[in-house]
Write a protein that binds this ligand. Structure first.
Ligand SMILES: CCCCCCC/C=C/C(=O)SCCNC(=O)CCNC(=O)[C@H](O)C(C)(C)COP(=O)(O)OP(=O)(O)OC[C@H]1O[C@@H](n2cnc3c(N)ncnc32)[C@H](O)[C@@H]1OP(=O)(O)O
Ligand SMILES: NC(=O)C1=CN([C@@H]2O[C@H](COP(=O)(O)OP(=O)(O)OC[C@H]3O[C@@H](n4cnc5c(N)ncnc54)[C@H](OP(=O)(O)O)[C@@H]3O)[C@@H](O)[C@H]2O)C=CC1
Length: 299
């Protein structure tokens, strides 16, 4: 069951968004909520077939009252020409780009001393350079003259994270890029903010972290004051808020959406409680429940 948006219907009627990595996990949840609110969305990533089936599935959920459309466009954000094509094709299709959500990204887990230069570069190229290219192209192609809003999805990069040196460095860099662009592009009416999710259960995250996953989840749950992980439907409302006029006076900011996970220091004891609400119904809520049950029994 799709979570229904807390925002008013029609909030983004006739707006146009580009969501990188929009066919899976967090990007798909953001796309789904934008479509519900009337925003047309171009979803992009490397795997066109997966994008096409996500677009078909999402189209079925668009309310009949919404003017929104979802379109898949293949684009590897590491490739400058493909990024140029993504923005040019969006403009050809819709005539505007109001929102850009830089969500496409990822990493693998590896101790830093074992990391090949190629692996390091691949992660920096995807998460930092890809985000820069998408921002620059959306700005030059449209937002410079018409304004717009950009949200960069980063990660909890305030603490060290073993096995994640490459992505931590890239996400911290994106957070700083966000602040510099907020200043440089304010005169064009462009706002740009970052969102740092806590540990979120997404299908691809689970597939990609088959071995690392259990450790990640085992580590994340006790570090969460809420004593649970999140689902993609808990990230998308934060993104919609930042895209909306309710955030008109917010730029260059970083919004942590992690139920306090990044605040935890191991010297502190989190008080026992069981009052935190359950995750909302979403695509991965059942998976979350299963993991939480398994994790609890091992703690
Ligand atoms: C700061 C704290 C962060 C906390 C994060 C907490 C939890 C986060 C969860 C998530 O982010 S969930 C989202 C997860 N989804 C993904 O990570 C999927 C996307 N990931 C990828 O696509 C890859 O990891 C990639 C490296 C970003 C891109 O891979 P791609 O296959 O396109 O790159 P290549 O150019 O083929 O490979 C380059 C190079 O990279 C090395 N490498 C790639 N994968 C691995 C691996 N699993 N283990 C070790 N090394 C890897 C390797 O050197 C590759 O070179 P070759 O070996 O192919 O010569
Ligand atoms: N899940 C979590 O706990 C957390 C996730 N994040 C970040 O949130 C974002 C979404 O993650 P999540 O939904 O969990 O995981 P997913 O793996 O589902 O999402 C990653 C998306 O990025 C796309 N992508 C990866 N590399 C490229 C590339 N070179 N060019 C274009 N698209 C690319 C993938 O599509 P394709 O393979 O088709 O290219 C995929 O759709 C990622 O940046 C992730 O690192 C941050 C903190 C925590």
């Amino acid at each position: 069951m799709a979570a229904s948006s807390v925002f008013k219907a029609g909030l983004f009627n006739h707006k146009v968004a580009v969501v990188t990595g929009g066919g899976t996990g967090i990007g798909k949840a953001i796309t789904s909520e934008l479509l519900q609110l009337g925003c047309s969305v171009v979803i992009s990533s490397r795997k066109l077939e997966r994008l096409k089936s996500a677009a078909e599935e999402l189209t079925l959920k668009i309310p009949s009252s919404s003017p929104a459309k979802v379109t898949p466009i293949e684009c590897n954000i590491r490739n400058e020409d493909e990024v140029k094509n993504l923005m040019a094709s969006t403009l050809k299709l819709h005539g505007r780009i109001d929102f850009l959500v830089n969500n496409g990204g990822g990493q693998f887990s590896s101790p830093a001393n074992m990391m090949s230069a190629k692996g390091w570069k691949a992660v920096i190229d995807t998460n930092l350079n890809g985000t820069f290219l998408c921002c620059r192209e959306a700005y030059n192609a449209w937002m410079k003259d018409h304004g717009g809003v950009i949200v960069n999805i980063i990660a909890d990069m305030w603490k060290g994270f073993p096995g994640m040196a490459h992505t931590g460095a890239a996400r911290a860099a994106v957070d700083n890029l966000t602040k510099s662009l907020a200043i440089e592009w304010a005169h064009s009416g462009v706002r740009i903010n970052s969102v740092a999710p806590g540990t979120i259960i997404s299908k691809t995250a689970m597939e990609n972290y088959k071995e690392y996953g259990p450790t990640l989840f085992k580590m994340s749950v006790p570090f969460s004051p809420a004593k649970r992980l999140g689902v993609p439907e808990e990230i998308s409302p934060a993104v919609c808020f930042l895209l909306s006029p309710a955030a008109n006076y917010i730029t260059g900011a970083t919004l942590k959406v992690d139920a306090g996970q990044s605040l935890y220091h191991s010297i502190w004891e989190i008080p026992e409680h069981d009052a935190w609400p359950e995750a909302p119904e979403g695509e991965n809520t059942d998976v979350l429940r299963e993991i939480m049950d398994k994790t609890k029994s091992k703690l």
